[in-house]
Design a protein around this ligand. Structure first.
Ligand SMILES: CC(C)(COP(=O)(O)OP(=O)(O)OC[C@H]1O[C@@H](n2cnc3c(N)ncnc32)[C@H](O)[C@@H]1OP(=O)(O)O)[C@@H](O)C(=O)NCCC(=O)NCCS
Length: 163
């Protein structure tokens, strides 16, 4: 399996893959994926197994806070979960963040997304303290707008070495 940047030709397959992420991930528009493939492909990656896309990650270095790299979406094909695919995608983005000089990776997930919580914490992300706890997960109320409560996770990048 190869972790590689998204290509414009991947867009139809990525749309199909993202549809498998419900209810936590939904496909964005083909124009969004065009943008990711053409302007952000260092941190927008796919897991490619002989031409089949088994996973994808969409992430961006912040322009407003260049020390931050935000991970917007992560997905693994349901038939290939628990095989380390998302971890490999996250590691590749982490390594890109180090090359860019970022100091912090962060992301959010929905309060009941226990698979996501397990994946982030297994990789060393810290669940940022919130204002309430749901099933042991710290949640920040209204983080993404009214009623959009989110669990927030961060991984500090302490050095520039790539493991
Ligand atoms: C969350 C998701 C991306 C994880 O992808 P994945 O490729 O299966 O994750 P990995 O195989 O890298 O998991 C690594 C570790 O994370 C933890 N983990 C992953 N899924 C888990 C689950 N369902 N329950 C508990 N722990 C889990 C485990 O520690 C796992 O290691 P192990 O399999 O050796 O026990 C996947 O379940 C998914 O696509 N879900 C739908 C979309 C989504 O919710 N995305 C996140 C919101 S942006």
């Amino acid at each position: 399996m190869k972790i590689r940047p998204i290509h414009q030709d991947d867009i139809p397959a990525i749309l199909d893959l993202m549809e498998l992420g419900a209810p936590y991930v939904r496909a964005r528009t083909s124009s969004d994926y065009w943008l990711y493939a053409n302007l952000f492909s260092t941190t927008c990656l796919v897991a490619d197994y002989n031409g089949q896309l088994l996973g994808a990650i969409i992430a961006f270095c912040s322009q407003d806070h260049p020390e931050n790299l935000y991970i917007q979406d992560v997905i693994t094909d349901p038939d290939h979960r628990r095989q380390g695919i998302s971890t490999a995608l996250l590691q590749a983005v982490r390594d890109a963040g180090r090359r860019f000089g970022c100091q912090r990776l962060y992301l959010t997930s929905e309060p009941d997304n226990s698979a996501a919580h397990g994946t982030w914490t297994n990789m060393g992300f810290i669940n940022v303290p919130g204002d309430h706890i749901v099933n042991g997960v710290e949640i920040i109320s209204d983080y993404k707008g009214a009623g959009k409560h989110r669990a927030v996770y961060e991984l500090r990048l302490h050095n520039t070495a790539v493991n």
